[in-house]
Write a protein that binds this ligand. Sequence first.
Ligand SMILES: Nc1nc2c(ncn2[C@@H]2O[C@H](COP(=O)(O)OP(=O)(O)OP(=O)(O)O)[C@@H](O)[C@H]2O)c(=O)[nH]1
Ligand SMILES: [Mg+2]
Length: 361
Amino acid sequence: MQIWIVWLPNVGKSTLFNALTKNYGADAQNFPFCTIEPNTGIVNVNDDRLQKISDAVSAEKIIPANCEFIDIAGIVKWASKGEGLWNKFLANIRNADAILQVVRIFENDDIIHVNWKVDPKDDIEVINAELIMADIDTVEKRINSDWRKAKSDKKFQIVLDTYNKVLAELNKWVLVNDMEINEDEKEILDDMHLLTNKKFVYACNVDEEMMEEPETNLKTLLWITNPNTRVVSISAKLEEDMLDMSLEEKKEFMADMWLKSTWLDDLIKASYDALWLEYYFTAGVQEVRAWTVKKGSTAPQAAWVIHTDFEKWFIKADRVNWKDLVDCWGWAKAKEEGKVWLEGKEYIVQDWDVLLFKFSN
Ligand SMILES: Nc1nc2c(ncn2[C@@H]2O[C@H](COP(=O)(O)OP(=O)(O)OP(=O)(O)O)[C@@H](O)[C@H]2O)c(=O)[nH]1
Ligand SMILES: [Mg+2]
C-alpha cells in the first residue's frame, strides 16, 4: 500500500514525512524544491488495542499494520506540461494507492509560499488543474491509440465512449473522483491509473490553535464537497518538534499547549479509510499481529493475506471480539464464557475481530 505525499513546494511535506516515519530521513528546509529525490518510509499504524491484546495472551511480540509513504518534490503550475521537477514523478505516481495532499494553512511570513500568499482554495485549484491536465493527456493518448479498434470491434465502442465521457468531464475541470461512473466504466478506467481517480486524503497543515478544527469546517474552508474525501488537520512542525521527546515529555508539552492528542494516528487511520482498508488481529503466545484486508472481506480472503494457500485450505475460524479476549485474559476463558464463535466461509471480517483459522490440506 503506497501513499504519495503531494502538494506545492515548501508547505511541510517532508516535515510531515519525518513526523510520520519518526525519523529525520527527509531534508526539510525553508526553500522551495528542497526535496528532489523521493523519500520513502514504512509507517506503522498505531493501535492501543494491540498492546492490550498482547498483555491478555502474553505474546512475545507485536506486529502492527503498516503502509508506505513517499515524499516527493513539490508541484508547481504547469508541472504537467513539463515545468519544475515534478513531471518526472508523474510516471511513478501512477502506482500510488492514495494521494496525501498537504495543504498549507499555517501563516508565517518567514516561510516562503511559492505564490506569495497562503490561500488554500487557490492552491487546491492549482493542484487539481495539474492532476486533471495529466489525466487529460493520458485519456487523449488512449483515444488516439485505441479509436481504430472500435471500428473493427463493437465491444470496444463502449470503452471508447467511456474515454470520451471522462475526457469531456475532465475538460470541465471535474476530478474523476467526483464523476458519476457506473461499475462497467469503473472497470474500464481502472487500468489507466488516472491521478484524479485515486483516493485523496487532505492533511491541513494548520497553526496550533486550529488543531481541533472539525472535519466539516476544514472541508468548507477547502471547498471540498465529495463526502468520501477525508480531511484531517495536523501541525507538521509540532509533530516534528515532538519527535525526540519521551512519552512523558510529549504529554507535558501537549498539556502545556492544551492539546488532547497527536494527530498523526488520525491521519494514518484516514489514509487507511480512504483506501477502504481495515485490519483484523491474530493473537497467540508468539505474536499479536494486525493483518490488513479490504473492507468486506470474507474469512477465507482474510486468511489469504497470511498465506496465499490459506484461502483454499480454509475450513473455519474461531472468532472473538478483541475486547472480550482482553476481558477474559485469553482464549481459554473466552471460550468457557461462550465469547468465541465458529465462523464459516461466508463470514465477513470486522475491524474488531481476533481470528484463529482452521485449515485442511
Ligand atoms: N511554522 C510552521 N512551519 C512549518 C510547518 N510545516 C513545515 N514548516 C516549515 O516549512 C519549511 C518547508 O518545509 P518542508 O517540509 O521542507 O516542505 P516541503 O513541502 O517538503 O518542501 P519541498 O520539498 O521544497 O517541496 C521548513 O522550514 C519547515 O520547518 C508548520 O506547520 N508550521
Ligand atoms: Mg520536501
